[in-house]
Design a protein around this ligand. Sequence first.
Ligand code: SF4
Length: 366
Amino acid sequence: MTLQQQDLGAEYFRLERDQIMARIAARKEELADRLLILCHHYQQQDLFQFADLTGDSLKLSREAAAIQDREFIVFCGVHFMAEAADILAQPHQKVILPHLDAGCPMADMASVGAVVRAYRDLLTAQVVADEAALVPATYVNSSAAIKAFVGERGGSVCTSSNAEKILAWALGRGEKVFFFPDQHLGRNSAMALGIPEDEILLWRRGELLGGNSVADLRRARILLWDGYCEVHMKFLPDQVRRWRLEEPDVRIIVHPECAHDVLKLADEYGSTEAIIKAVSQSPVGSKWAVGTEVNLVERLHRTYRDRQVHLLSSSACECTTMDCNQPVNLLWVLDNLAAGRVVNQITVEPEIARQAAKSLEQMLAI
Ligand code: SF4
């Protein structure tokens, strides 16, 4: 059942920012050890300041699962992150999303129905000998249903920091890997492993055999679902060139959800955690242009005043769906919890959770 965001009511929208902040702080104190607030790096500072744990999606879910005495896990992030937290949480823990419209457009680009059809078409076209030869792998930025599809078939989840390792493992298990949903993370990782470009094929949704010939599909070793992150697609090769021209001593670091044309011009690439580490460990006076979500870049800018940290692009690169979570929504869920009502709870059906957990465990085993 798809939940719909309830109207908060006029009283919440009349509140000033300072009132909202003060009331969140008071509710947090009141709920004390019953509550754990998780905050993804891409959330705005007004939410970030209330976090008990911060990090990327999987790190947060795993750390939250280890804190078993907290009854309520409020995840300031997007829907797939809350699903992953629910899969890893204890049965008595309830995972809550501040705003139900906080989804990930990239995760939504791979529906389980479309993925099942793609598998069926590949098998009908005899692109592989049997289903076991087509190993699925999915980025953690995917729905629980996709993770379950992958887990059921012995595949693995990956993160932006271990995607190359997971792809190498998957290639050792079968003839081909089908990677969901981010084509760019898949392509960047495959190319880093030295796989030739003509063995990496894009599967275009809605086209017969993903827009490929049977001969090309038989030759390919990596099939990429055609999903992408709208935020990271805003970083362009010309932005890198302009920085190099105007600031020759700048170091450029980008997230692997960026297109390969951008990645190959950058000095470094890495996950959000890797980007934070690179900037924090750089010498005082270093100059950075960073290709990832603006809230993280601005936080790095404020935290490391003795370095220069800039957004690679001159236009806003904000995850607008994650930004549906506003402080007023956090206050609303906390007010409800304090009144004994659980709102916006994210639950994953037990069988989906069981299969999805297999794909997460596979990644940890690798
Ligand atoms: S930044 Fe991109 S991948 Fe991350 S949650 Fe937003 S849309 Fe999804």
